[in-house]
Design a protein. Structure first.
Length: 68
């Protein structure tokens, strides 16, 4: 936990605050790690990832995206 927060530049208090806030929300919330395969030799890695959420919502994020 400490390393995760440190790597993202987020305090542990902020992380636990958001975790509590999401837990108390009526919707079911999960944290999901997204890993992309490495690019093949000579191939440019994808610049964006599209995440399809429930209810038809879509989230498009670019490389290195971090939400604080």
């Amino acid at each position: 936990m400490a390393a995760f927060c440190r790597d993202l530049g987020v305090s542990q208090n902020a992380f636990y605050g958001w975790k509590r806030r999401l837990r108390d929300d009526e919707a079911t919330t999960e944290f999901v790690e997204v890993k992309t395969p490495p690019a093949a030799v000579g191939e440019t890695p994808a610049a964006k990832i599209e995440v399809c959420l429930s209810g038809g919502l879509r989230l498009l994020v670019g490389r290195g995206f971090v939400w604080h």
